[in-house]
Design a protein around this ligand. Structure first.
Ligand SMILES: Cc1ncc(COP(=O)(O)O)c(C=O)c1O
Length: 313
């Protein structure tokens, strides 16, 4: 399906790309006043939808935006978006803005032009073999990373636990990465400890053990990160959530990033220094494989549950 044929959910209906428009008064457009989520679709099923919905709910509660749907409503909408777009695999972006209003930054519903949130679900990438193509492309070669010059926004200023629509720190990181002609950017905090990447969490491997930054260190609690930790526990691989600096990262045997959009991808160079052998390492590749196996298994379970629901209805 080409981008032009993409069917986007916008405020209660599916529309084509040309008609998927929101007002210039939208608060997300004006102030970044909204929350978003990115959900993976694997074998026509959303992966770990509930934790994404929970994280989104936490963000909406924090911003005092009323969630327009309950969990069943969201699940139904996501299924419809997948069906409508005939998605095999790919990525769905859900976005909820506060509503519309420009007169001042005041947020209370009575002061807005339109108090209902603008709700969109946008299939962003591929409808077939997005992930499989990505794995084929990046798992074999790995990525080069730079340490970004700007620290992550401290969670005391903006909560890092949710995907709010203020991603300028990440956008500036992406600009820096492009200027440096490298592949990805990894951020530290103001004390020099590694936090996360532009839009991915970071893992390193040393002597057969994993380590990653703790959740209280200005990072997004990535859903993929939590699945990696689950897999480590299942496989009996020690995984520590600890503070570490760029030196520890460049001294690791392996480094990988993980996210809904990227899955688990090896990093072969950080700050100009080769990681391990300079090739994707065995533990990273093992996690990449176990992650997609988990996604495939859960997709089968999702379809079985859906068939069951239909049989009962
Ligand atoms: C800043 C940031 N960190 C980490 C992640 C990874 O989170 P998840 O695995 O839930 O996609 C993302 C995802 O986009 C992100 O934006």
């Amino acid at each position: 399906m080409s981008a032009k044929q993409t069917r986007i959910f916008l405020n209660g209906e599916f529309v084509g790309e040309e008609d998927a428009k929101v007002s210039v008064f939208d608060r997300c457009f004006l102030y970044g006043d909204g929350i978003f989520e990115g959900v993976a679709v694997w074998d026509r099923a959303p992966f770990r939808l509930q934790p994404h919905l929970d994280r989104m709910q936490d963000g909406l509660d924090y911003l005092r935006i009323e969630n327009p749907y309950d969990n069943v409503g969201w699940s139904d909408l996501i299924e419809r978006t997948i069906d409508e777009n005939k998605m095999e695999d790919g990525y769905l972006r859900i976005q909820i803005s506060r509503g519309e209003g420009i007169s001042s930054i005041k947020w209370e519903p009575r002061l807005l032009r339109r108090a209902e949130p603008n709700v969109t679900i946008i299939p962003i990438v591929g409808f077939k073999d997005y992930y499989k193509g990505l794995i084929a492309e990046k798992m074999g070669t790995g990525l080069r990373a730079k340490i970004l010059s700007r620290p992550r926004v401290p969670t005391a200023s903006l909560p890092s636990g949710t995907k709010h629509c203020n991603y300028l720190n990440s956008v500036l990181g992406a600009i820096e990465v492009t200027s440096a002609q490298t592949d990805i950017g990894i951020a530290v905090d103001r004390d020099g400890f590694v936090t996360e990447g532009i839009a991915y969490n970071v893992f390193a491997v040393k002597n057969g053990e994993l380590f990653t930054s703790p959740l209280n260190r200005d990072i997004l609690p990535g859903i993929t990160r939590s699945v990696v930790l689950e897999i480590a526990a299942r496989e009996g691989i020690e995984a520590k959530e600890v503070l570490f600096d760029a030196f520890a990262l460049t001294s690791a045997d392996e480094v990988f990033i993980c996210s809904t959009l990227e899955l688990a991808v090896p990093v072969i160079e950080v700050a100009g220094r080769k990681i391990g052998s300079g090739k994707p390492g065995p533990i990273t590749c093992k996690f990449g494989k176990l992650l997609t196996e988990t996604m495939a298994r859960e997709a089968s379970a999702w379809h079985a549950a859906r068939a069951n629901r239909r049989a009962i209805a």
